[in-house]
Ligand binder design. Structure first.
Ligand SMILES: *[C@@H]1O[C@H](CO)[C@@H](O)[C@H](O)[C@H]1NC(C)=O
Ligand SMILES: *[C@@H]1O[C@H](CO)[C@@H](O)[C@H](O)[C@H]1NC(C)=O
Ligand SMILES: *[C@@H]1O[C@H](CO)[C@@H](O)[C@H](O)[C@H]1NC(C)=O
Ligand SMILES: *[C@@H]1O[C@H](CO)[C@@H](O)[C@H](O)[C@H]1NC(C)=O
Ligand SMILES: *[C@@H]1O[C@H](CO)[C@@H](O)[C@H](O)[C@H]1NC(C)=O
Length: 462
């Protein structure tokens, strides 16, 4: 079953290279002879200016408000270090300062949003979605159950269910001796990532709960099938819906914890958080916190690198085969199996787990007989090949840039207003150049993360 597919894949790869070489050859000739206007950029290259911008991309720094630069940062030869206690103290101080500056000013927009924290031993962890919470639940469970051996050598199954006994809603933790932990995330990136996970990635349950209200609000005249499925709510439609929910006190939409700004949850001004981790520095911050808790023994950088990405890719693939690809799945009334798998593949690329240059591995005719095991094997092969693509860690930034390029300036300005407290409390940059590029010009490369039928390269050879 698999062998012919892999053979075809190799053939497709080879034909791609031939095509690329032919085009590059032609371009080289044209430029050399100077018969046509020279293109500013090689249209085939994924490594355009944006890649440079994305590389330079720092989602805010620890000790200042310096706007991130569009120039690549100097390569730091230093190995990664767990975040220092001083850095955590600085972040807590920033929150205290921002909160005292804020008090007195009239509250705007929506009231604080309910949240819950997990209490284990002398730790409290405020669980904010989309900030690495699943991983932290593994840590809390491991600690509470006195487990031994490396953290990631265990299979935690449905960790959200397993850790439910630790949850307490909205309570102030006892202050003495408790360590309060929370992870935050750059707000534009968090909103984007929530869109990818909840609306772009095929999952009927999410579409029903989150996409249908967005579709009803943003595209009132949509056809019956579009309203029912809501499978292709665009990012800009989603943003409009989100703005409506956050800014309109009378809005009848149900706000969702995945989207609601971080500063509206976890009572930042009421609870003195000892450790404010950042999703952008997840490994460094997680190891930094574990060091302060005297549990450096359970996790290393390399263990985290090796397991984290693949774990989530596998989980996503398994979920789709076990649920969304079942014949009775409601998703099928909206999309074909091929479209479902292609979207899922793109979602893994947007995450940066797979290289953007890894084409979807199946031809249409091979999808019918595909098994979970077969697909996992192909995904792992693609993952191993992706190791050589150092740029894949910038996939998310590029996909984000593509998504925000579709959002009108006015709506982006409203977002900036909605996230104002997030910027102030956590030191993120309100005018991030990937959301507000110079001259408001979005200079996109040819590759499209949100076009499931890939690039013209793909269509021209398959
Ligand atoms: C913490 O803040 C102090 C004073 O602003 C600064 O000098 C120091 O470099 C910061 N440390 C870290 C690790 O961010
Ligand atoms: C773990 O160890 C602590 C102290 O050694 C003990 O109080 C606790 O009951 C143990 N918990 C479990 C689940 O074994
Ligand atoms: C959404 O899907 C429907 C049919 O499935 C199609 O007619 C429509 O153009 C799509 N809209 C977008 C924005 O992709
Ligand atoms: C970690 O160990 C150090 C030194 O043994 C101790 O002073 C500190 O209180 C411990 N911290 C925690 C959170 O247990
Ligand atoms: C991917 O690489 C790892 C480590 O080199 C190896 O153990 C694994 O078998 C490879 N996976 C596949 C599917 O070849």
């Amino acid at each position: 079953m698999l062998a012919p597919i892999l053979r075809r894949l190799r053939w497709r790869r080879m034909s791609l290279w031939l095509l690329v070489m032919a085009i590059v050859g032609c371009l080289g000739f044209l430029i050399f002879t100077n018969q046509v206007p020279v293109l500013d950029e090689d249209p085939l290259s994924l490594k355009t200016k944006l890649k440079e911008a994305a590389k330079a991309f720092s989602w805010g720094s620890d000790d200042d408000h310096q706007p991130p630069s569009l120039q690549p940062p100097p390569q730091s030869p230093q190995p990664r270090q767990p975040t220092s206690l001083q850095a955590f103290q600085n972040r807590s101080q920033r929150v205290r300062d921002a909160c005292s500056a804020k008090s007195g000013s009239a509250a705007q927009g929506q009231p604080p949003f309910p949240y819950h924290s997990l209490y284990v031993r002398s730790m409290s962890f405020c669980a904010l979605p989309k900030t690495g919470t699943t991983f932290w639940k593994w840590i809390l469970y491991y600690v509470d159950k006195n487990m031994t051996g490396p953290l990631l050598s265990h299979d935690y199954g449905d960790i959200h269910k397993l850790t439910r006994y630790m949850e307490k809603a909205d309570r102030l933790p006892p202050s003495d001796g408790f360590k309060n932990i929370v992870f935050v995330r750059e707000p534009y990136a968090r909103l984007f990532s929530a869109y990818v996970d909840k609306l772009f990635t095929p999952r009927w349950e999410n579409w029903q709960r989150l996409a249908q209200p967005a579709m009803a609000y943003a595209r009132p005249g949509a056809s019956f099938i579009n309203r029912r499925c809501s499978h292709n709510v665009t990012f800009s439609e989603f943003v409009r819906f989100f703005i409506h929910g956050e800014m309109d006190r009378d809005a009848r939409v149900k706000r969702n914890e995945h989207f609601v700004p971080i500063s509206h949850q976890c009572n930042f001004c009421g609870i003195g958080y000892d450790f404010i981790g950042r999703q952008e520095r997840f490994a460094e911050d997680t190891l930094g916190i574990l060091r302060q808790l005297n549990r450096s023994d359970i996790l290393t950088f390399s263990a985290l690198d090796e397991h984290y990405e693949v774990y989530f890719m596998d989980a996503l693939i398994k979920y789709h085969f076990e649920h969304e690809l079942k014949k009775i799945s409601a998703t099928f009334r909206c999309m074909s199996a091929e479209q479902i798998l292609r979207r899922m593949w793109k979602a893994v690329q947007i995450r940066g787990t797979l290289s953007a240059e890894e084409f979807f591995p199946l031809a249409r005719s091979d999808i019918q007989g595909m098994t979970l095991e077969g697909f996992l094997l192909m995904a792992h092969l693609a993952y191993n090949r992706s190791a050589s693509d150092k740029d894949r860690q910038h996939n998310t930034a590029q996909a984000l840039f593509e998504a925000y390029s579709t959002v009108p300036l006015h709506d982006r300005q409203l977002l900036r207003q909605i996230f104002d407290d997030d910027f102030k409390l956590f030191g993120y940059e309100p005018n991030h150049p990937l959301v507000f590029p110079p001259e408001d010009e979005f200079d996109l490369p040819y590759y499209r993360y949100f076009d499931i039928y890939d690039s013209f390269l793909y269509t021209s050879i398959v």
